[in-house]
Design a protein around this ligand. Sequence first.
Ligand code: Z5A
Length: 199
Amino acid sequence: MFISFEGTEGVGKTTLIRRLFEYFQQQGKDVVLTREPGGTPLAEQIRSLLLSVNHDEKMSNDTELLLMYAARAQHIEAVILPALGAGKIVLCDRFIDSSFAYQCAGRGLSRDKLHLLNENFVAQMPDLTFWLDAPIELGMTRARERGALDRFEQEKVTFFESVRSGFAEIHARDPERMKRLDATQTEDAVFAEALSYLE
Ligand code: Z5A
């Protein structure tokens, strides 16, 4: 089983994914926790490029998209497919829905570009996706207590509103795969809602 976790910043993806990881471990399941961009040493290097702030050169939107998919190709081949092949549960913090929400809905890149990449480089779709949804300001407040902001976190609220509507569009299109969780609830309540879908 391949489960991805999506949402705008600070909605609690990492918190939920860690709790589910422990839950599956306690049940004696073989479970892998991973993330995008990243998840392998090479893909983590690409992540650093994507998140770092460079005041001398603005990263183009196409470059951002292609780096996301370079990291993803490596991650799928080196981590996701082998783990699924070995019968493990894979929990992935962000996956291709983030590319639609951030690069298409957020940055305004064409859906055709994304489609081309997905068709050619994504051999595995998640069986289930949790979309943690909350008003942008709530997630920003939670996340920004951490300190220095990365390249994405420096974007304006309007950018994140577009990203959120991108996730809403995927949810409307594919409600069977993507389940919306109310991320304004307590951590315990979000966990319980996720478990109710899993059970
Ligand atoms: N990106 C992209 O553009 N295209 C792509 O294809 C992919 C990614 C794959 C890095 O992702 C960036 O990459 C991301 C999109 C882009 N940028 N943004 N924005 P990331 O996942 O590493 O970054 P993030 O979304 O900013 O992660 P985050 O800030 O760590 O958010 P989170 O994982 O959803 O939240 P959290 O760490 O679990 O919780 C944040 C805080 O809130 C923390 O102190 C928790 O204790 C607290 N928390 C969590 N849940 C709750 C509840 N329920 N109540 C109260 N407090 C809570």
